[in-house]
Design a protein around this ligand. Structure first.
Ligand code: DTR
Ligand code: CA
Ligand code: ZN
Ligand code: ZN
Length: 438
């Protein structure tokens, strides 16, 4: 904790809006600042999301205990979600396909308005396995995006981009529904989709907070949200190909998403980070016990709010992110209290000439009382660019994208983010460091 008045920050840093949604950096412990020009996302009611889960549980109970592809429980689930969206003013359509000898259904819901050439999609698979009701897998994702869609309607939200929500069939049989949708979408329609957000298992009883590391802008949107809550996140490493974002990614659509874990066991390091136990994130994965009691309310609430934050933030901007070379280090680096400086390094390669005058420096530091910190960008030749110099007082975390004039620096080489805690009490760690070259 530092009691002296922090000196004025001399940094040349300026907040640079992240493209795609125009999200500015956040540093407070409250909900993150919304994108420039974006309305603030509403809080998503945990009670409302859990009511949807109760309804899905009732559907499974009334239909042989599951909501699996080809079974009555799945079609009843689709009809349940569709009815709520129709009543809320969405333009809905059922896309049918056949797999494993049964008819499958994708539900597509378009929110009228927005630029038809700039579509932001959010999707979750609605089917369960045949052995259980599938409340976490994947009632949780389905209910969260349903409540977010209903919140869009209640708010009469009219973002720059066109919003489309999807509930996929037959994911458990191999991403069948989402593959069918992407494969049958004309390439002209596919190119209009500027982002696809996937939510599959976001309420696991022993949760981790994992963010997909696919599109950097979408990833940062989620990471900034959780940093604003003071909740550390990790990159989702087992996801590639494991859920409905895969067909979109294969088709070149920017993707991202959230995950709270399945049958893998939480490590002791993750237990100290997130709490819980060193057991499976979801011990009822693909089992009959995946019921409404198989949900962690805090995880479901945080992730539902993160869904809304991402939808509001990423739909506000009307520009797609310029292609850029991204160099990122997401390894956590502990910052000793009132101690020596630590560094996070990215090795830049394949960039010709000097760095730009608008080098984008993404900083993600989870630390209480950010006024303790001095943060510098150190170029490969040792030149120092101060980004943060003891400012911010008792506010927590530095999650910001700085713009640095690094045009006198050769681009390739080892760039370091150097962080020092210069006051006693209050600790934290570097959660991520990213350089984006245009
Ligand atoms: N395939 C999903 C569960 C799953 C396993 N790993 C990941 C990673 C990211 C999202 C989902 C998953 C299912 O069983 O539905
Ligand atoms: Ca909430
Ligand atoms: Zn599953
Ligand atoms: Zn799933």
């Amino acid at each position: 904790m530092n009691l002296s008045v922090p000196r004025r920050v001399t940094a040349v840093a300026a907040l640079a809006a992240l493209a795609l949604g125009g999200l500015t950096g956040t540093s407070a412990t409250a909900r993150p600042a919304e994108a420039a020009g974006a309305a603030a996302a509403p809080d998503i009611s945990l009670t409302a999301v859990k009511q949807h889960l109760t309804d899905l549980q009732s559907i499974a109970t009334a239909n042989g205990g599951n909501r699996a592809h080809g079974r009555a429980g799945y079609k009843a689930s689709i009809d349940f979600v569709k009815a709520k969206l129709d009543a809320a003013g969405y333009t809905t359509s059922l896309q049918t396909f056949t797999t494993s000898g049964a008819t499958g259904y994708n539900l597509i819901a378009d929110w009228p308005g927005g630029d038809p050439n700039q579509v932001l999609m959010a999707g979750s698979h609605l089917d369960s396995v045949s052995s259980g009701p599938g409340i976490n897998d994947n009632g949780s994702g389905s209910a969260a995006i349903l409540e977010t869609a209903l919140a869009v309607s209640r708010a009469g939200y009219q973002p720059s981009k066109h919003l489309r929500f999807a509930w996929w069939g037959a994911e458990e049989l191999g991403l069948v529904g989402s593959k069918y949708y992407v494969n049958n979408l004309p390439s002209t329609e596919r190119s209009k989709i500027k982002g696809y957000l996937n939510f599959d298992m976001i309420g696991s009883p022993n949760p981790g907070y994992f963010v997909y590391d696919d599109d950097p802008t979408i990833e940062q949107t989620f990471k900034s949200y959780f940093a604003g809550l003071g909740v550390p996140t990790e990159i989702e490493t087992e996801g590639d190909g494991r859920s409905d974002h895969a067909p979109f990614k294969s088709a070149g659509v920017p993707v991202g998403g959230l995950f709270t874990g399945a049958s893998r066991v939480k490590t002791s390091a993750q237990v100290s980070k997130w709490g819980g136990t060193a057991t499976a994130f979801d011990r009822c994965y693909h089992s009959s016990c995946d019921t409404t009691s198989n949900i962690n309310d805090t995880a479901l609430d945080r992730n539902s709010d993160a869904v809304a934050h991402a939808i509001w933030t990423l739909s506000a901007g009307s520009t797609t992110p310029p292609p850029g070379k991204v160099f990122e280090n997401t390894a956590d680096v502990s910052i000793p209290d009132n101690g020596a400086a630590v560094t996070s390094t990215v090795n830049v390669t394949g960039v010709t000439g000097n760095a730009p005058s608008n080098l984008s420096v993404g900083v993600d530091i989870v630390h209480t009382y950010k006024g303790d910190l001095v943060v510098d960008l150190v170029a490969p030749d040792g030149s120092v660019y101060n980004l943060h110099n003891r400012a911010g007082g008792s506010a927590d975390n530095i999650v910001q994208t700085f713009t640095v004039n690094a045009s006198s620096e050769v681009a390739n080489g080892a760039w370091k983010l150097r962080v020092q805690d210069r006051a006693t009490y209050d600790t934290g760690y570097v959660n991520g460091f990213k350089l984006t070259f245009p």
